[in-house]
Design a binder for this molecule. Sequence first.
Ligand SMILES: [Zn+2]
Length: 254
Amino acid sequence: MKHMIRYLKSGLILLLLSFSTLTLAGSEHAGAHWGYVDGTGPAHWGDMKHEFSTCKTGKHQSPINISATHNASLPTIRFSYKATPLNVVNNGHTIQVNYAPGSHITVAGKQYELLQFHFHSPSEHEINGKPADMVAHLVHKAADGQLAVVAVLMKKGASNPLIEKIWKHMPSHKGEYSKAAIKINVSDLLPKDKAYYHYSGSLTTPPCSEGVNWMLLKNKVDVAPAQVAAFIDIFPKSTRPVQPLNGRTIEVSH
Ligand SMILES: [Zn+2]
């Protein structure tokens, strides 16, 4: 019996220590098979489910093309990110890194907790009509439920050390996740200069909910061409087209 327990214990420890790629059974939302091409692509999202109707009827949608901007005294984004155990999910649309509780940003005295970050390539937002090679969306939520997304735009250049860590454990199939016995800190992804564009928009995926506080960092960080290619290999399309501005103002730090 003692041997048995010892055997079970060591097995359990091995299981916990090993890099495990497991399948998330039953985590799919039934009937929500939206995508980026053909009949399930962005043009059809609003008709697929009642819950997705804002994708079609919303007037403050994201992403947008950022061209005419207004200089403003935007509040500094105060980043307070801690290291988190690496927990990467392939949700069928993108690679998402879930964040442990306790990391947040503070903007104008309001605190938003970091929930997860994920990627799109090319970037969804455009600057003067041009997307960046890739983008990370850092998704936060305040106590009152308001969402804030910080976008870190990336341009092809040097290898990105944080992406390298994540890609090493990137699950290539939908529904898989990887948990590795390492920690990562998304603050490693931020550019030094935190000047940003700000406007009010939406989620860029169904249900396209509005009231999202968008903050796009002006300064791009490097990502290796091979790192972008590795992502596109799994997700050839991950970008919603730009949406009408409908009179919204885009502010920029000066
Ligand atoms: Zn996104």
